[in-house]
Write a protein that binds this ligand. Structure first.
Ligand code: GDP
Ligand code: IMO
Ligand code: MG
Length: 421
C-alpha cells in the first residue's frame, strides 16, 4: 500500500515537516517528481535541515528513501546534501536509493533556465533557476540523460553531444556566462553519485509493495504549480498531483490508499503568477513576518494571503484527497480578524470554480470573515483544548471541502502536531 503526502497550494505548505512526522510509520519514503527547486524544512534534534533532493524520511533509522524516476536530479546539490545528512550520522549507503530512470540536470540546463527567464522580461516565471524546466523539456523532447546512463562507457560522448545542442540554444539567447566551474563540480559530483545505490526503481518499489511494506510518496511543489492543472504558465514542469505518483514511481493507481493533502491555514506563493487572495498590505506583511515566509531554496520573500477555498477545493478534486493536514495554524494566533475565500467574482459573476487561466481575467476573492482566537496555540496537544474560534475555522473548511482536516500543525517542531480523532 502506498500513501501520498502532497501540497495543495503553491508549495511550501510544510510537506517536509509532515513527511518527517509520518515517516516512522512507513518502510520506504519516495520522491516522485520535482528536483532541487524543492526546499523541505525539518528539524532534527532541534537543528534545522532543508532537503532539496533527498526524501524527508532520511533521518529515520530503518526507513529506506528512494529518489524516483519522475524526479530530476542535480548531482551537485545531491552531493552537498548527502554530506549534510551524513553529518547527522546517517549511512546513505544503507537508506538512499536512486532510480536509474531519473533524469540528470546538467550545468547547461541551469544555464538555459537562466537564459530563458531573462528573455521573458516582466513575464518571467520566477523560476528557482535550478534547471528544472530545461531538464523536463529534454525528457519529453527525448534528449535527456539519465542516472543509469552514467554507468555506460559512452556517457561522456552523449554528454558532449547534448552539451553542443544546448550551446547552440544558449548562443541564440546570447548567454555569455562561463560555466566551466559548474561543469568541473558536475563531473566531480557524478563520481560521487556512481558510488550510491542506483537501482531499477520500478522493480524496487513494486517488490516492496509485494512484500507488504508501507510506502509513503512525498510530493514537491504544490497542486497549483502542477504543469497541467496549475496556474499555467506560472507553474513548474512536473506533475505535482497524485496522478504523478504512478508515472513518477512506476506503480499502479490501485496501490494508492490515502492522498494526504497539506495546506497552510493561510496561503503563500513564491515567484510570479496569479494569486487571488494575495494581501499586498500590512496584513500580508504580518503573515510573512510571523510565519517567517522566506523561500527555503532561494530566500526570496513569499507572497502572503488568506486561505483560498476555491483553489483548495479544486486541488482536493484533482488529487482525490482523503485527508487534510493544516499547517502553520499557530501563525494565525496573532490576528484579530481572519478571512476565508469562498468564491471568485469574475466579470461580475460569482463562481466556485478555478478558471483555466487567471492572468487575463483577474478573479476577485469573495470572503467570509472569522474571529481570530488570540491565544498561543503552539503548545496545545489536544484538539478539544484549541480555542472555539479555531475549531469553528476548521469546521467551516471541512464543510466547504467535504474532506476533513485530520491533523493541525501548530509549530515547526517535529512534535508540534495535533491529531483530530
Ligand atoms: P515544504 O516545501 O512544503 O516542505 O515547506 P517549507 O519547508 O518550504 O516551508 C515551510 C516552513 O514552515 C518551514 O520553515 C517550516 O519549518 C515551517 N513550518 C512547518 N510547519 C509549521 C507550523 O505548523 N507552524 C510554524 N510556525 N511553522 C511551520
Ligand atoms: P517546495 O517543494 C514553492 C515555484 C518557483 C516558480 C515556479 C517555477 O519547497 O514546495 P521552477 O524552479 O520549478 O522552474 O519554478 O515554481 N516553485 C516553488 N514554489 N515551493 C517549491 O517547492 C517550489 N518549486 C518551484 O518559485 O514560481
Ligand atoms: Mg519549500
Amino acid at each position: 500500500m502506498v500513501d501520498v503526502i502532497l501540497g495543495l497550494q503553491w508549495g511550501d505548505e510544510g510537506k517536509g515537516k509532515i513527511v518527517d512526522f509520518f515517516a516512522k510509520d512507513y518502510d520506504l519514503v519516495a520522491r516522485f517528481q520535482g528536483g532541487p527547486n524543492a526546499g523541505h524544512t525539518l528539524y532534527v534534534n532541534d537543528k534545522k535541515v532543508v532537503l532539496h533532493q533527498i526524501p524527508s524520511g532520511v533521518f529515520h533509522e530503518g526507513v529506506i528513501n528512494l529518489i524516483g524516476n519522475g524526479v530530476v536530479l542535480d548531482p551537485i546539490t545531491l552531493k552537498k546534501e548527502c554530506d549534510t545528512v551524513a553529518s547527522f550520522g546517517i549511512d546513505l549507503k544503507k537508506n538512499l536509493y536512486i532510480s536509474e530512470r531519473t533524469h540528470l540536470i546538467l550545468p547547461t540546463h541551469r544555464a538555459l533556465d537562466k537564459a530563458a527567464e531573462l528573455s521573458k522580461g516582466n513575464q518571467k516565471i520566477g523560476s528557482t533557476l535550478k534547471g528544472i524546466g530545461p531538464t523536463y523539456m529534454d525528457k519529453t523532447g527525448r534528449n535527456g540523460l539519465r542516472v543509469g546512463d552514467l554507468l555506460d562507457r559512452n556517457f561522456t560522448t552523449a554528454y558532449i553531444k547534448l552539451r553542443m545542442k544546448h550551446q547552440r540554444l544558449l548562443d541564440n539567447y546570447n548567454f555569455q556566462e562561463d560555466i566551466t566551474s559548474w561543469e568541473e563540480e558536475f563531473f566531480d559530483a557524478l563520481e560521487f553519485l556512481k558510488q550510491l545505490n542506483i537501482v531499477n526503481g520500478e522493480y524496487f518499489i513494486n517488490d516492496h509493495i509485494k512484500s507488504g511494506k508501507r510506502i509513503l510518496a512525498e510530493g514537491a511543489q504544490g497542486s497549483m504549480l502542477d504543469i497541467v492543472f496549475g496556474t499555467f504558465p506560472y507553474v513548474t514542469s512536473s506533475s505535482t498531483i497524485s496522478a504523478g505518483v504512478c508515472s513518477g514511481l512506476g506503480i499502479a493507481p490501485h496501490q494508492i490508499r490515502d492522498v494526504i493533502g497539506v495546506t497552510k491555514a493561510y496561503c503563500t506563493r513564491v515567484g510570479g503568477g496569479p494569486f487571488p487572495t494575495e494581501l499586498e498590505n500590512e496584513t500580508g506583511e504580518e503573515l510573512r513576518r510571523i510565519g517567517s515566509e522566506f523561500g527555503a531554496t532561494t530566500g526570496r520573500p513569499r507572497r502572503c494571503g488568506w486561505i483560498d477555498l476555491v483553489a483548495l477545493n479544486f486541488a482536493c478534486m484533482v488529487n482525490g484527497v482523503t485527508k487534510i493536514v493544516m499547517t502553520k495554524a499557530d501563525v494565525l494566533d496573532a490576528f484579530e480578524k481572519l478571512e476565508v475565500c469562498t468564491a471568485y467574482t469574475i466579470n461580475g459573476k460569482q463562481t466556485q470554480q478555478v478558471p483555466f487561466q487567471m492572468e487575463r481575467i483577474k478573479p476577485q476573492p469573495v470572503y467570509k470573515g472569522f474571529d481570530g482566537w488570540h491565544t498561543d496555540t503552539s503548545k496545545i496537544k489536544d484538539y478539544s483544548n484549541l480555542p472555539a474560534p479555531t475549531r469553528e475555522y476548521v469546521d467551516f473548511i471541512n464543510q466547504y471541502l467535504g474532506v476533513n482536516i485530520h491533523y493541525i500543525s501548530n509549530g515547526p517542531g517535529r512534535e508540534q502536531i495535533i491529531t483530530i480523532s
